[in-house]
Write a protein of this length. Structure first.
Length: 552
C-alpha cells in the first residue's frame, strides 16, 4: 500500500513535471487547486529555491465578512499564479495608508520540491510584528534566503490588523481576535498542504517578533491551534507583556461607533453599520479614536486594538487569562526558544513625548502596571513612588533618557518574557537568549545609547540591503544556525559546532538559575540576566499584586 504522504508527493511531482511542458513554470497541487510559482536564488549560497507568493488561505474578509472570523478559501479551477507579493493588510506607514482588506494570503519558499528519494524538510512559519496595527510578509521585508540556505521551508503570512483584525464589542456578535484567527486558519492550511511543497507537517516551527511573538504565545494557549505546530520561537514578546493585551477594546469600539454617528443600541446595529463604511475611512477614524483614548489611558498598559478575552463560545480563540493558563499548565506544550534584545525600550524621546511623561512625575501611580490589580489609590501611589525611585531616583521622569529606556525595557519586555520562560520551563524544554550584538544590520547608525533596540535582531535573520562587516555576517550565520537547528532538532546546539564556538545552550532547569545564551561578538552562557531588575519586580508583584493575573 502507498501511504497518503507518498501519494501526495507523487501527485505534486507529476504536476511539477507537467509545468515545465505546459506553462514553463513551477506548479504545485494544493488542497484547493494548482498554484504556479517561480524560481529564485538565495543571496548567500546562490542556492535555487521555489517561491509561491500570494496563496489565498481565506475568503476575502470584505462586505458582510468584515469583522467576522475568517472563512476557508474556496477551491479554484485554473492554475493560480503566485509569483508576486499579495497586498499587505490595511495599515498606516509613515502617515500613508497602505494595503487592502483583501489581504489574507501566505507565501511558501522551499529549497526542495517534493522528491520521494529525499526526506521532507522542516518548516518555519513566520508571524510579523508591528503592534497588531502594522506589518507585512512582503519579500523585501522578510526575504528568507539565509533560512533556505540551511534547508528549511519558510512560510510567511498576512493577518488583519488594527480595527479590522482586533475590533471587539465584548460579546458574541463581535468577540474579537480575528487577526489571531486569521493566523490560525493559515496554520491549518499549512498543516494540510505543506507536504505538497516538500515540507514535513510534523515539523512545523512557529516563530515571530514583537506582536508576532506574542501571537505565537497566544497560539500555545488556544485549543484551536493545538497540534498545528511542534516548536515555537518568541522574539521580544509574549502574551504576558502588558502591551499585548487589550483592556479597553470594547469601550473604544463603542466610542468609535458614536463618533461615526452609528446607532449603538445593539451590537448587531454597530456591526452592520461598520461593515458598510469605506475601509480607508474606517481605518483613519479608528486611529483617531485610539489616539484620543491614549490622551487619558496609558498605552503601556495595553494596545487598544489587540488580543482580548472573548466570551466563552464555540469559536472563541481565547477566553481565559494567559497568565493563569500557563501557571496551571493548561496550554499546548512544545519546546520553546525565546528572548529579548539588550535595550528593547530604545526609542527616540521627542519633546512632545517628554510633555506626556510629566504625568508620571505628577502622578507616580501611573507607573504601576495595570495587571497588578491595585485598587486602593493611596497604596497604588506608594508602589508608584517605589518604581519611580528604583529607576529615576530624584530625577524627573520627563527629563530622563537612559533611565527611561531602561525602565521601558524592563517593564514592557524583560520581566514578562523572563516570567513566561520560568513558568513555561516547568512543563517543556525552554531556551532563553539575550541579544547584545551592536552591528550595522539592525539598521541603527550613530548610536547614542549602548544597547540593542527593539527589532534590531531582524537584520540578522532576513536579507537586508545594508553593507555588512565580517562580524555582522558571522553573527547572522550564527543566528540562522541557532534558529534552524531548533527547527530541525528542537535543540539550538545539538552538536558541537565551531561556528557556534562549540557552545552548548542549555534549557532552563531551575528558576533560580536561568540558563541564558548571550549573543554578542562572542556567544557565551550566562545565568540570570537582568537579575536585579527582575528581582525588584518579582518582589513588587509578590507583595502588592492581586491575582488572578492576566499579564505580568
Amino acid at each position: 500500500m502507498i501511504s497518503l504522504k507518498v501519494k501526495s508527493v507523487l501527485s505534486t511531482v507529476f504536476c511539477v513535471l507537467l509545468s515545465f511542458v505546459e506553462v514553463k513554470g513551477i506548479i504545485v497541487k494544493t488542497e484547493n487547486g494548482l498554484v504556479q510559482g517561480k524560481i529564485g536564488r538565495t543571496v548567500g549560497q546562490n542556492k535555487t529555491f521555489y517561491a509561491f507568493q500570494g496563496i489565498p488561505y481565506a475568503k476575502p474578509p470584505v462586505g458582510h465578512l468584515r469583522f467576522l472570523a475568517p472563512q476557508p478559501i474556496e477551491d479554484w479551477n485554473d492554475v493560480l499564479t503566485t509569483d508576486t507579493d499579495a497586498p499587505r493588510c490595511i495599515q498606516t506607514n509613515q502617515n500613508q495608508v497602505l494595503g487592502k482588506e483583501d489581504c489574507l494570503y501566505l507565501n511558501v519558499y522551499t529549497p526542495q520540491l517534493p522528491d520521494v528519494s529525499k526526506p521532507l524538510l522542516p518548516v518555519m512559519v513566520w508571524i510579523y510584528g508591528g503592534g497588531f496595527e502594522a506589518g507585512t510578509s512582503e519579500y523585501n521585508e522578510t526575504g528568507p534566503d539565509y533560512f533556505l540556505d540551511e534547508d528549511v521551508i519558510f512560510v510567511s503570512l498576512n493577518y488583519r490588523l488594527g480595527v479590522f483584525g482586533f475590533l471587539s464589542l465584548g460579546d458574541t456578535v463581535v468577540p474579537g481576535n480575528n487577526g489571531l484567527k486569521d493566523q490560525n486558519l493559515a496554520l491549518l492550511w499549512i498543516k494540510q498542504n505543506i507536504i505538497n511543497f516538500g515540507g514535513d507537517e510534523d515539523q512545523i516551527t512557529l516563530f515571530g517578533q514583537s506582536a508576532g511573538s506574542a501571537s505565537v504565545s497566544y497560539h500555545s494557549l488556544s485549543p484551536h491551534s493545538k497540534g498545528l505546530f511542534n516548536r515555537a520561537i518568541l522574539q521580544s514578546g509574549t502574551s504576558f507583556c502588558l502591551w499585548s493585551f487589550s483592556r479597553l477594546g470594547p469601550e473604544v469600539a463603542r466610542e468609535l461607533a458614536t463618533n461615526l454617528k452609528i446607532n449603538t443600541t445593539s451590537s448587531e446595529a454597530i456591526l452592520y453599520a461598520l461593515q458598510n463604511i469605506d475601509a480607508y475611512e474606517l481605518h483613519q477614524k479608528s486611529r483617531e479614536a485610539t489616539q484620543a483614548k491614549y490622551l487619558t489611558a496609558d498605552p503601556k498598559d495595553g494596545f487598544i486594538f489587540a488580543p482580548v478575552l472573548e466570551p466563552d463560545h464555540p469559536g472563541s480563540f481565547l477566553s481565559n487569562r494567559s497568565y493563569e493558563l500557563v501557571r496551571t499548565g493548561n496550554f499546548f506544550k512544545v519546546p520553546t526558544m525565546l528572548g529579548y534584545n539588550s535595550l528593547e525600550g530604545w526609542t527616540q524621546v521627542s519633546n512632545v513625548f517628554r510633555i506626556y511623561l510629566v504625568r508620571y512625575d505628577l502622578t507616580p501611580s501611573k507607573l504601576v502596571p495595570a495587571d497588578m490589580n491595585i485598587k486602593d489609590p493611596e497604596l497604588k501611589n506608594i508602589v508608584g513612588k517605589k518604581i519611580k525611585y528604583q529607576y529615576f531616583g530624584l530625577m524627573p521622569v520627563s527629563l530622563s533618557t537612559d533611565d527611561l529606556l531602561l525602565y521601558i525595557s524592563h517593564d514592557q519586555f524583560v520581566r514578562p518574557i523572563q516570567q513566561y520562560a520560568k513558568m513555561l520551563a516547568k512543563y517543556s524544554p525552554t531556551y532563553l537568549y539575550k541579544f547584545h550584538y551592536e552591528g550595522a544590520l539592525g539598521g541603527k547608525v550613530n548610536r547614542t545609547s549602548t544597547g540593542v533596540a527593539h527589532a534590531e535582531e531582524l537584520g540578522y535573520l532576513f536579507r537586508r540591503n545594508i553593507s555588512a562587516s565580517a562580524a555582522d555576517e558571522l553573527t547572522r550565520t550564527r543566528m540562522i544556525r541557532l534558529w534552524t537547528n531548533f527547527a530541525k532538532y528542537g535543540d539550538p546546539t545539538p552538536v558541537s559546532d565551531e561556528i557556534l564556538q562549540n557552545q552548548k545552550w542549555l534549557p532552563i532547569t531551575d528558576n533560580s538559575t536561568m540558563n541564558t545564551l548571550s549573543i554578542d561578538y562572542n556567544l557565551t552562557t550566562t545565568l540570570n540576566p537582568d537579575n536585579n531588575a527582575v528581582t525588584f519586580w518579582d518582589k513588587l508583584y509578590a507583595k502588592y499584586g492581586h491575582s488572578p493575573f492576566d499579564t505580568y
